[in-house]
Ligand binder design. Structure first.
Ligand SMILES: Nc1nc2c(ncn2[C@@H]2O[C@H](COP(=O)(O)OP(=O)(O)O)[C@@H](O)[C@H]2O)c(=O)[nH]1
Ligand SMILES: [Mg+2]
Length: 328
């Protein structure tokens, strides 16, 4: 049922590691009513944030120079700073931890931060960016292990694909633009997730529904699409559901699907209805939850966010090797 209030829940977004912090900063651009904390082992990357919002960890072992992409060092750094971290997390109803799981600080420390939040009674959610497809299989394996760990220590893990657009794969896009593009995708996906959990007023489904989708044992994945102009709702939904990343999860096997359509005040019921019908087959049993989020800051643009979970059968089949999620 729609809720009447638009007061955000007491939500703290914690960026962990270089990319995790950058992602948290991007989320803040559109959600500055929430609280933010930036944690890293690297004092240089932290220097761009307000000193009051940052926590440098692991200084003894790393001298403030990062972990050299070693999750074990990241994890130890967070454990050693447990008391400081707990003080900063206290009182938050929801803690969303953002990190890239291809690194050391994010992959190692983010699960620990999520655990501390959970121990304090917060709903702790980890938004994890996958490594790029072109990174080493060791890194992919490391990220997979960090995901399992985060799943054990938090309420929910939501994976954000690190997608490069087809034009990048075809060699038409510069490396810099391709990175910026992937980061934009991650920022939009993470912002949508944070809005969903933090703003009761945005949901046409209740918080329990959202929790059911994201708290599935094997974690959830998030897809996002944006479109303007004619058939914008349908295009945005198709993009959200058709990322190559979601393909490897065979989204048709998802048993929990939450689709959110966000648009400006010009969003009409008819276009949402048409758009949602056009993709009615996204879930295994054809059933999905639909949420509408009217945002005055969106003009003409429509953002579709799809959260999927319940891939257990498929995961069991592929237990030997993690799927090559980023294959384009
Ligand atoms: N989207 C995006 N991902 C990046 C970028 N740089 C690194 N990554 C990803 O993030 C991983 C490293 O994570 P990072 O946050 O730098 O490591 P940490 O600081 O040790 O947590 C790499 O393996 C990549 O998968 C970037 O500029 N944009
Ligand atoms: Mg770093």
């Amino acid at each position: 049922m729609a809720t009447e209030t638009n007061t955000p829940r007491n939500t703290l977004v914690v960026g962990v590691g270089t990319v995790g912090c950058r992602l948290a900063a991007r989320i803040r651009e559109h959600n500055d009513e929430l609280r933010f904390l930036f944690i890293d082992t690297d004092k240089y990357t932290l220097s761009v944030y307000r000193p009051a919002d940052v926590l440098l960890i692991g200084e003894q072992e790393t001298n403030g120079r990062g972990t050299g992409k070693r999750p074990d060092i990241g994890s130890r750094a967070a454990e050693q700073a447990e008391e400081q971290i707990k003080k900063l997390l206290a009182d938050a109803e929801i803690v969303v931890v953002t990190a890239s799981f291809g690194g050391g600080t994010g992959a190692g420390a983010a699960p620990v931060v999520a655990k501390l939040a959970r121990d304090l009674g917060s709903l702790s959610i980890v938004a994890a960016i996958d490594p790029f497809a072109f990174e080493s299989s060791v890194k992919v394996q490391q990220a997979y292990e960090a995901l399992q760990h985060a799943g054990d220590l938090s309420e929910a893990v939501v994976r954000i694909p690190c997608m490069l657009p087809p034009s990048a794969a075809a060699g038409e896009m510069s490396f810099k633009d391709a990175f910026a593009n992937a980061e934009e995708y991650a920022a939009r996906a993470a912002s949508s997730l944070v809005r969903m959990v933090a703003n009761p007023g945005t949901m046409q489904v209740d918080f329990g529904d959202l929790r059911r989708v994201i708290s599935e044992h094997d974690g959830a994945v998030i897809g996002i699409g944006c479109a303007k102009g004619e058939n914008r709702v349908e295009s945005a939904i198709r993009q959200a559901c058709n990322s190559s990343f979601l393909d490897v999860y065979r989204i048709h096997t998802a048993t929990n699907v939450l689709l959110q359509v966000s648009g400006g005040e010009d969003l009409t019921l008819a276009e949402v209805d048409d758009g949602a019908r056009s993709v009615g087959g996204i879930a295994a049993d054809g059933d999905y939850l639909l949420s509408i989020d009217v945002r005055p800051d969106l003009e003409d643009e429509v953002i579709a966010t799809v959260l999927l979970s319940g891939f257990s059968a498929r995961k069991r089949e592929s237990k030997e090797a993690p799927p090559d999620e980023n294959a384009t």
